[in-house]
Design a protein around this ligand. Structure first.
Ligand SMILES: O=P(O)(O)OC[C@H]1O[C@@H](O)[C@H](O)[C@@H](O)[C@@H]1O
Length: 314
């Protein structure tokens, strides 16, 4: 097999915003907008969309795109003084034509490197100099890999501290038929109850109301089992100890202008994150956080999905 890189396609997306299309030879694909460094599409080799993007998403700066994978940096949600989820998701990123060596999985032939650096205006809001490099790659089996490298380039000797999330919106057939495996019995902070700490009880997580929880010190692998589609979405992560689970449910859905009233039934956010213990970087230091998504057929046996086969695999 040749290790040659597949050329990426540059194209105009919604409202003329520039996007990059990655295609893997077996047919899977992904799309990334320069606006937000935002992945808006990930399709398997049958052309099926695995991410959710709202039909009402605005694709209009300064509002972040509703769906796909917004990048939350340098602040998750309202856990700090900055705007909700930080500013990276509503900045225009650039293509990084000459990224430093990338010591990871070299089997991907379809990838793009993006970079975000602060403008003078940005530094009035967050007075730090940084280089945020994002690689979006499609693996040969259609896996979607996102790697973030954030470097402190302050010249005043000051460290900075941030929280982070890959705010991934998965597409699901019916939220009431979905189970999440890998978070049971863990501690979480409940965003709906003043970030109070609780311990998840019992079995796999299922959904019958609004949920907005930050699970702490989570395993590196989390599975989202979609009963109806007989598909399991597997999230693997590195450098990101926490995992946010969010579904707005009906009332909050109605309150969001860029989200359809019934769309909550067809999406679920599971977000690899670093929130409880913020990351601090001294000048010259770099942090790395990686998320890898794959979609596999679920095993189905007498009415029960068998997550062990997913969670025990490599
Ligand atoms: O509407 P936004 O800013 O994109 O945020 C959506 C949701 O994002 C989730 O990650 C948060 O936990 C929620 O509290 C928040 O409502």
């Amino acid at each position: 097999m040749s290790s040659e890189r597949v050329p990426v396609e540059l194209s105009k997306g919604v409202n003329g915003l520039e996007k990059i299309i990655l295609r893997e030879t077996r047919g899977s694909s992904a799309e990334v907008y320069l606006y937000g460094g935002h992945v808006t599409s990930w399709k398997n080799e049958h052309g099926e969309e695995l991410l959710f993007v709202s039909s009402k998403a605005l694709f209009k700066p300064p509002k972040a795109i509703r769906g796909g994978i917004p990048i939350c940096f340098p602040q998750f949600s309202n856990h700090g003084p900055l705007e909700q989820h930080g500013f990276a998701r509503n900045k225009l990123w650039s293509i990084d034509t000459d990224p430093p060596a990338f010591p990871t999985n070299s089997s991907s032939k379809a990838y793009i490197d993006l970079i975000l650096k602060p403008s003078e205006e940005d530094m009035k809001i967050w007075p730090h100099s940084y280089e945020f490099r994002l690689r979006v790659a499609l693996g040969p089996g259609g896996d979607l890999m996102l790697t973030s490298r954030i470097r402190n380039t302050n010249t005043d000797g000051k460290p900075f501290t941030f929280t982070f999330a890959y705010h991934t919106y998965f597409s699901v057939s019916d939220i009431s038929e979905v189970r999440v495996e890998g978070l049971e019995t863990l501690d979480y902070l409940d965003n709906l109850l003043n970030k109070q700490r609780f311990t998840e009880q019992g079995d796999a997580i299922t959904f019958e109301a609004e949920v907005d929880k930050i699970y702490l010190s989570t395993p590196t692998k989390i599975a989202i089992l979609d009963h109806e589609k007989k598909r399991t979405l597997v999230l693997r992560k590195d450098g990101l100890p926490d995992a946010v689970v969010w579904n707005p449910w009906d009332k909050k859905a109605k309150a969001m202008a860029d989200f359809g009233d019934d769309e909550y039934k067809h999406m679920l956010c599971v977000e690899a994150a670093a929130i409880e213990k913020p990351i601090t970087l001294k000048p010259g230091e770099e942090w790395r956080g990686r998320q890898e998504l794959s979609a596999v057929p679920s095993s189905y046996c007498s009415g029960q999905l068998d997550p062990r086969r997913v969670l025990q695999g490599s």
